[in-house]
Design a protein around this ligand. Structure first.
Ligand SMILES: [Fe+2]
Length: 337
């Protein structure tokens, strides 16, 4: 397997611009918990969207094989997210220099060896002390299939199967850290799931760029000292409270207060990478799309060839579980943990 390329930026921006990212983040003001999109058809709902990553997290207890109540695990992973730019639409004025950052564009071209790079999204993730992000790969996209219309676990399994490369739309992802925090290291497996994990501290004004659709990655727990994690559920909001402080609100109640330096603030940047204008045109004109029916037929034929499926027709949910089990293999938790 070819080495998976990643690049680290340290520092990422001139310091005044990095400080400006913090002011922009504060100015945005309110951050809701990350809500999973849903797919509005029956097959799209046979399993939760990221059933693969959630089950692995609960089954293994994460990278350090910790055992905790499911509600606590949920509070740890209900982190905060808001979108700053989507395609060319700027939702946070001032984010433009980051959105079009030349160093990202240049690195993205190298990640996939593709010269045309089109920024797709810029969003902030904020994790509070005690939160972490289970190891996963991001949801990839194919010409004709994406997370808006197809189940995320299916797209992830398709990519890991290696059977749909012809239709894949390679994406480069950069993650940048501002202010920084204790703990909350970015952990990734650049040498594949059997290789050693690498960790990067979430240090102010640094960034990493890689193919997060292929490379397993996650976020280690943000340092929480002796504090218990507040019961953060969907609907909670992280709100800037002025003078460097933040609070978590839920149903009119304040669950917790934090200061910069305690929370983990990162800004992610994703861009489509095209080989040439013809490939970009194929996306626009849908001239060479893969369909869900075709994807499922291909996976079922492959499962049969691997003797993981007989001639029977499985109920949708059973088939979904078998696909996830066969194609999405996670890195093992740490030895002896
Ligand atoms: Fe990710």
């Amino acid at each position: 397997m070819a080495p998976i390329r990643c690049e680290i930026f340290d520092p990422l921006l001139p310091e005044p611009q990095a400080r400006e990212m913090l002011r922009l983040c504060e100015g945005f003001g309110r951050y809701g918990t990350y809500a999973e999109e849903s797919v509005a058809d029956e097959f799209g709902n046979v399993l939760p969207q990221r059933y693969d990553a959630a089950v692995n997290f609960v089954r293994t207890g994460g990278r350090f094989a910790r055992r905790e109540a499911v509600e606590t695990l949920a509070a740890r992973t209900n982190y905060f997210r808001e979108t700053y730019a989507y395609g060319d639409e700027i939702r946070l004025p001032g984010i433009e220099p980051f959105h079009r950052h030349e160093a990202f564009l240049e690195a993205a071209r190298k990640i996939h060896d593709r010269p045309i790079v089109r920024p797709a999204i810029v969003y902030a993730n904020v994790l509070v002390p005690g939160q972490e992000l289970a190891v996963h790969t991001d949801v990839p996209e194919f010409r004709g299939m994406n997370r808006k219309q197809d189940p995320q676990w299916l797209l992830v399994a398709m990519h890991h199967s290696g059977l749909f490369e012809r239709w894949r739309m390679p994406i480069a992802t950069a993650v940048a850290y501002f202010e920084g925090c204790e703990g909350g290291e970015f952990v990734f497996y650049p040498d594949g799931r059997d290789g050693a994990p690498h960790t990067l501290a979430a240090r102010h004004n640094t960034a990493v760029i890689l193919d997060t659709d292929t490379v397993f990655h996650g976020v280690d727990r943000v340092a929480d000292g002796e504090r218990a994690i507040p019961p953060i559920r969907p609907g909670a909001e992280l709100v800037f409270a002025g003078d460097g402080s933040w609070r978590v609100e839920l149903g009119g109640e304040i669950l917790a207060r934090y200061r910069w330096g305690e929370i983990r603030f990162s800004v992610s940047w994703k861009a489509y990478c095209f080989a040439d204008a013809a490939e970009e045109r194929a996306v626009r004109e849908h001239s060479d799309d893969v369909t869900r029916a075709q994807a499922l037929a291909t996976l079922m034929a492959d499962l049969r060839a691997r003797e993981k499926l007989g001639e029977e027709t499985l109920p949708d949910r059973e088939l979904a579980l078998r696909i996830i089990d066969e194609y999405i293999r996670f890195p093992a938790p740490r030895e002896g943990a």
